[in-house]
Design a protein around this ligand. Sequence first.
Ligand code: GLY
Length: 130
Amino acid sequence: MNESKIADELIALNQKLLDSIANADWKTYKNLCDAKITAIEPEAPGQVVEGLDFHKYYFDLGSSKTKVQTTMCHPVVHHKGDMAVIAYVRLVQKLNANGSPITAASAETRVWECKDGKWLHVHFHRTPLV
Ligand code: GLY
């Protein structure tokens, strides 16, 4: 597969992952992630969390009752062998408690590893921008 096709595949997989978060779709999220995924994100201040349990907590809270839309802005993919890194700014459009639309922005780097022919999400780092 050429580099452009691999980049397209990883961008599509990453969008599927972000949509699963927006929809609280634990089955899809779990299926895309390595069981030993590591994460650096504001929900775990100052920590590197390992494994899926930490993330499941938020899925178990359920999805927003209103429409949420997630956009990856200018995703850049670096691919070497069985590893790939995707970096972008994530925009999440949603409604606040008053029903007004708001947008949250974060810079994200997500790492994927191809294991037995299947890409699995193995690490991410998210920094809120606003
Ligand atoms: N907090 C879960 C994720 O961003 O993948």
